[in-house]
Write a new protein. Structure first.
Length: 211
């Protein structure tokens, strides 16, 4: 994990695949939040890290953490207005019929913690994903995705619903694992700083490609 930006209020980092965003298991697993908290406490023993949003353990890419409750609260409460762009790159199985499109559905979680798509608004929360195919061959498509919403496993479920699961994602139907990890990367986030109101943009290119 590397730090892309730090000020008195926020930390923006590049999280590696395989690292939890936070410890939701209660088992003390390695996670980005605890690593950053240990980093801060080298300078000030009482410092804490506050969770703003999460990436799946096996998704790499850009993440925001807050260094104060105020910054966290402001950013979380204004998330839909403050986040101007969230862009992901995925290596998806198969070839898309359309180069561009929008997947708009409702997502719900079953008893096994697996997310599903439905068209019934009574069963889930609305999720909107825009996609653009950057390149493709007979086996895979490299896809750029932008989110209007941030539901759990949203991209993974939406691509599965189009019969193009993210490569390496056995949980959501992938049959292949060409790079030995989930082929999903949070490439860009652009947002308004919750305290200074400055527009900040951070990008780390995906560590995988089609060729």
């Amino acid at each position: 994990m590397s730090i892309l930006f730090e000020d008195a209020h926020l930390l923006v980092v590049h999280k590696a695949s395989g690292l939890h965003s936070a410890d939701t298991t209660g088992k003390g697993v390695d996670n980005a939040a605890s690593i950053l908290e240990a980093y801060l406490r080298k300078r000030a023993p009482n410092k804490r890290i506050y969770i703003v949003h999460r990436l799946d353990r096996d998704t790499s890419g850009v993440m925001i953490f807050a260094k104060s409750r105020e910054a966290q609260d402001r950013l979380v409460k204004s998330w839909n207005q403050s986040v101007l762009k969230r862009e992901y790159i995925a290596l998806a199985e198969g070839t898309f019929e359309q180069q561009d499109g929008t997947i708009d559905s409702y997502l719900y979680e079953d008893d096994r913690k697996v997310m599903h798509c439905t068209d019934d608004p009574r069963k889930g929360l609305r999720a909107i994903t825009h996609f653009h195919v950057l390149s493709a061959n007979s086996d895979y498509s490299l896809v750029r995705l932008e989110l209007d919403t941030g539901r759990t496993n949203q991209i993974r479920v939406h691509l599965q619903s189009r019969h193009h699961p993210v490569a390496g994602d056995a949980k959501y139907g992938a049959a292949t694992d060409p790079i030995g990890r989930l082929a999903l990367h949070a490439q860009n986030i652009t947002f308004k700083h919750p305290i200074t109101h400055e527009v900040l943009s951070f990008q780390v290119d995906a560590p995988f490609s089609l060729y």
